[in-house]
Design a protein around this ligand. Sequence first.
Ligand SMILES: *[C@@H]1O[C@H](CO)[C@@H](O)[C@H](O)[C@H]1NC(C)=O
Length: 294
Amino acid sequence: MSSSSSFDNLDESKAFLDSEDTIPTRQRQTSNRKTLPFYLLIALTLLSWCITALLVVLFLTHPLLRTKAIPPQSQPHPQTWPGPLPSDLKDSWPAIEYETRVFGGGLNYNESSGEIVWEADDVEDGKEGNRYFGLPSEEIDEAWEDLMRGEYSVLTPSEAHPFIQSSNLRPFHHDGKYHFEPSVFHNLHCLNAVRMHIDSAYYKTNKHSHLHQLKNQPNFQRIHIDHCLDQIRQALMCAGDMTPTPMYTWPGFGIALGRSAAHSCRKWESIREWYDGRAKEMGAVEEDGSSSIF
Ligand SMILES: *[C@@H]1O[C@H](CO)[C@@H](O)[C@H](O)[C@H]1NC(C)=O
């Protein structure tokens, strides 16, 4: 091939590696010697620069070289984040807003004491301690009660219609209304049920107990907890949160501890506000069956 033979005529190391050597070649060109190889040499030199530049760009942008997580401010503005999704109850759509949220309650290693420290939850709220978990207490039960207030609100007849059609949904006996809870509340209810199951000795006698006892089915408590864990599993997989949780280690300490970057979250406050408003307008019942009108 002619191209490969003219290529062979060039000093490759000079063409690719030593651009200064092209200057004497350019000066020689003014004396009209070897015009064709000169242009070829220039072209190949430019090509080699382009390839080098391309390789440098590819190298620098390689994901393995990115050591820092993308900072939140370089992410799209919250208003451009995904809005409501098809399965969200339509009435809740205006309440679906997004925010960047740093999770609290992380585990940290105190190198001077050699102990693991459980940090406070919801660091952004400036609240001390852990409100929802820990050894059972009145405070923890009250925090959960407040979180779950008005758990079962009411579906309008048209919202209830698809469920009446497909799965024989019936109104509650005491008020003749169709009740529901958003899935996030069901998942929280389940998480709370698991929490109380861990401290079942305490909750068997506690007034806040929601441990479900069925006289004729002694294994119901166990089934309920397994159901709850499986609901939480599916909810976590459904959300598919891809926020990186890098693992931290300390010399001489055998456990790696994860700590997430800031998460992209649905704004809980606006969800809660919408649900309170709906309960006030349409009524709601608590888990113990008591009617609660906001
Ligand atoms: C770490 O442990 C030391 C020694 O017990 C203690 O003085 C210090 O306050 C602890 N630091 C944190 C951040 O908990």
